[in-house]
Unconditional design. Sequence first.
Length: 225
Amino acid sequence: MILALETSTKNCSVALLEGQELKVLIEAQSDQYIHSEKLHLFIEEALKQAQIGPQDLEAVAVGSGPGSYTGLRIGVSTAKALAYSLNIPLLSAKGPELLLAAVLYEHDLPPQAKLHPMIDARRMEVYTMTYNSDTGKSSEIEAKVIDADAYSEEGPHYYFGDGAPKLKDLMAGEQHHFIDLEWPSAAHFKYLLRQKIDQKDFEDIAYFEPFYLKAFQAIKPKSLF
């Protein structure tokens, strides 16, 4: 039984997975970023619904980012504390990887498809990567500024994630497609856990940190006068 957490976006998501079976999923989305208020309540409710206690967990999985700095700190610190106190392994996956896994397993796409999971990074920037169906390989995750020439190479291209709507007015034509998948979810871990566990791809609890990708920049509040 594995507890999975995903808090890198506006989606506060908690799942309990038994093998690759989703047993419980509790999640909610808010522009106010409710992770600090809801994450621990969701964990308690998930355990209650599954009728188990923390001692029954065998591993903890957490979304490592990139995304909301506050959400990531809350999710990662909670996952580390649970893994350490229960003496169980800690696993992680990046948000774009979770989105990509969900699309690969849930959608039938052409072999030439180029897949672009996108996490909103404000303004016209997204955190993204490209998966090439021909080669089965992915590019590195990057912070990318979107413009009309961002994806001009031959497609077909598929965009998804909460950053994808930024492209809709820019990417016209038959080679550009949008998949209705907005948020990385703790439930998406079910597509990645078996491989990670088989390969013992565990994190070092003492040194594991969120994948912020970009340095934090505080926003100066506007003057009221």
